[in-house]
Design a protein around this ligand. Structure first.
Ligand code: GRF
Length: 211
């Protein structure tokens, strides 16, 4: 059984997709042991509560220094003894010590096809007022392992999504979530839970036998 801790900051629709996929058997051999938010008002915490999952809020604002937050955050994460940490719209930069400790055990969902629209200062679609840069016609989402860089870790799954001419950022963001994020994040967790994912030379290899 893969024990996962899900870190969230907002509405938690990706968290909901994981909960639903566990409930309907799309994700197997997996249990959510905790939902951790940096925002006490995050609706994601409500979703956790409704499903009887432990929810906790820990935010840098509660601490005098970033170092003390980092220490407390890592202690909190450690306390759940999770096999996998899932960043599902989590807007906090992780302490480097945590990334080292949980190498290839932290995944993130990013709302673009990495390496497009990623890196410092980019948060996928959200930075774009109006349309994507230069009228890009295809975007999507990526699930990747987290390393020390920004959106630089080994890519597990990607799903493209078409951009339509009259898309607003909201319409496009919704389509990316529906057609990509809510599918590939649960799918990646299921692959990991069933030991189909390994990282070799910085690249993800998916065992496709018996898929
Ligand atoms: C998603 O678009 C995710 O890719 C991004 O933040 C959003 C989170 O949405 N990083 P939700 O909280 O899962 O609804």
């Amino acid at each position: 059984m893969l024990n996962i801790a899900v870190c969230v900051s907002g509405g938690g629709t990706n968290l909901q997709a994981i909960i639903d996929a566990i409930d309907d058997g799309t994700i197997t051999n997996t249990r959510i042991v905790a939902v951790i938010s940096n925002n006490s008002g995050a609706y994601a915490l409500e979703r956790a509560k409704k499903h009887g999952i432990e929810g906790v809020c820990i935010t840098p604002k509660q601490f005098e220094t970033r170092e003390s937050f980092n220490r407390a955050f890592l202690e909190k994460i450690d306390s759940y003894q999770a096999d996998l940490i899932v960043l599902a719209g989590f807007l906090v930069v992780l302490p480097e010590i945590m990334i080292k400790k949980y190498r290839n055990h932290i995944i993130n969902i990013h709302p673009s096809l990495i390496p497009s629209f990623c890196g410092t200062g980019y948060y996928g679609l959200k930075v774009h007022e109006g349309v994507l840069e230069r009228g890009v016609k295809v975007t999507g989402a990526t699930v990747h392992f987290v390393d020390e860089g920004t959106d630089t870790g080994p890519i597990i799954l990607q799903q493209p999504v078409m951009v339509e001419q009259d898309d607003t950022p909201q319409v496009l963001q919704r389509r990316v979530m529906e057609q990509a994020e809510w599918k590939i994040l649960p799918q990646a967790i299921d692959l990991i839970a069933n030991k189909k994912v390994s990282v070799q030379n910085g690249k993800v290899i998916i065992d496709t036998t018996c898929l």
